[in-house]
Design a protein around this ligand. Structure first.
Ligand SMILES: Cc1cc2nc3c(=O)[nH]c(=O)nc-3n(C[C@H](O)[C@H](O)[C@H](O)COP(=O)(O)OP(=O)(O)OC[C@H]3O[C@@H](n4cnc5c(N)ncnc54)[C@H](O)[C@@H]3O)c2cc1C
Length: 385
């Protein structure tokens, strides 16, 4: 039998697979297999500086398109400049970094099965490797109950400078519709701006044409003029209300390392998954030479620990979606953004302390207490939506 030509084959070549490849190549030979011709296209992935540590920042650095040394939020009658840095990767910056790496190969094909030592493609071909990793993205599972953060964004070239020097991660001064609505702005250079219409919503559907019109109105209201719509991106991210991590992992094979949204690794309140994907990449670097089972075990342990720590964020998601009426959600967010900045940074990083949690939950409640109390049970109902 011919030996496998890759140490690691990864099913899926999205964010988590790409970060894993960046972290372990060229020490390991990696093959990324995705059904799409350009799996990274139409994505900007951002993170807060405090989400990752210095070592992670160092290995991620080549893939960063732009970093900023602060970020702003805007609510009616209240704006705040936060000093916490922010950075973004996009399909081009991450793709170019991957292509420059020796020992990373890609293949366009649909994967029909993953086992510990290889994958099977839709044409029946089998690809063997030292380890196969499953990174095929999100799929619904009965162990998780979700709502949605949905958005459509356009990267615009404007006819003149927009005047922004930092991202506006929430401009919630806009009329509220379909849940909590805000605009998200990333100033890539003086004239280039990513403008994203975003909703925390009970429904996943988003009308693209309506969002395009909303973006055009928003841009015009700021006195900006569009020279070119450079590209568009849209997404529907899961926001977790309830998650039985043990039930989820009992349903998964114990010898297949699984990462990214396929492993339900994301922040329950923001849907961001980049910091989790980086942690998984570090674990792969540490354990891949031990074989699939020890690596799968290390990843699973990390997921279970993380899920236990994230209970508080699932409670906040329930308060946002179940205790607050859709048009009250902005008030909940506004109150949160009045809290001390280190607390906000720790929440984004998933590292809230007990004092932070008490501080977030006490004070004048942004939603009626009786409705808030109904959100406390975190167990999955018999039939999650
Ligand atoms: C437009 C957009 C913007 C986002 N912005 C951010 C952000 O700013 N920060 C952040 O942290 N998160 C962000 N997210 C959320 C999350 O981080 C991303 O969804 C991230 O890409 C998830 O990474 P992943 O590797 O788990 O899945 P994906 O990146 O979705 O990759 C999964 C890949 O598997 C492939 N695949 C699936 N099934 C098969 C199959 N059978 N055979 C072969 N290939 C298959 C898919 O084609 C896909 O390319 C964003 C999401 C979207 C959609």
């Amino acid at each position: 039998m011919t030996p496998p030509s890759s140490d690691i084959v990864i099913a899926g070549a999205g964010l988590s697979a790409s970060l894993a490849a960046m972290r372990i190549a060229p020490a390991a030979r990696v093959l990324l297999v995705d059904q799409k011709p350009d799996p990274l296209a139409g994505h900007t992935w951002s993170f807060h500086d405090s989400d990752i540590d210095a070592g992670q920042r160092a290995w991620l650095a080549p893939a960063i398109r732009r970093a900023w040394d602060g970020q702003d939020v805007r609510f009616p009658g209240y704006g705040r400049q936060l000093r916490s840095g922010y950075a973004s990767l996009d399909a081009e910056s991450l793709g170019a970094t991957l292509r420059a790496l020796p020992n990373v190969a890609t293949l366009q094909a649909r994967v029909t099965a993953v086992d510990a030592r290889g994958i099977t493609l839709s044409d029946g071909q089998r690809i063997e490797a030292g380890i196969a990793i499953d990174a095929r993205g999100f799929r619904p599972h009965p162990a998780i109950q979700i709502r949605f953060q949905k958005f459509l964004g356009q990267e615009l070239r404007l006819t003149g400078p927009h005047g922004l020097t930092r991202p506006v991660i929430m401009d919630a001064t806009v009329p509220q519709q379909d849940g909590y609505r805000f605009f998200y702005l990333l100033p890539f250079d003086d004239n280039r701006l990513l403008v994203e219409a975003t909703y925390y919503s009970d429904a996943a559907h988003l009308s693209a044409d309506r969002q395009r019109a909303g973006i055009a109105d928003y841009v015009a209201a700021h006195g900006w003029e569009i020279a070119e719509v450079v590209r568009e991106e849209a997404g529907v991210l899961p926001i977790t209300l309830r998650f039985d991590a043990h039930a989820f992992w009992r349903s998964m094979p114990s010898d297949i390392p699984t990462i990214g949204l396929r492993a339900l690794r994301f922040h329950p309140l923001t849907g961001y998954s980049l910091p989790h994907a980086m942690r998984s990449a570090d674990l792969i670097a540490r354990h891949w030479q031990q074989g699939p089972r020890p690596l799968a075990k290390a990843l699973r342990r990390d997921c279970l620990q993380d899920a236990a720590r994230q209970g508080f964020y699932r409670l906040l998601s329930r308060m946002l979606f179940e205790a607050a009426a859709p048009d009250e959600r902005r008030r909940v967010m506004e109150r949160f953004y009045r809290l001390p900045e280190p607390l906000i940074e720790r929440l984004y990083a998933g590292q809230s302390t007990l004092t932070d949690k008490a501080r977030i939950l006490t004070g004048r409640p942004p939603v009626p207490v009786a409705r808030a109390l109904r959100c406390l049970p975190g167990k999955l109902k018999e039939r999650p939506a």
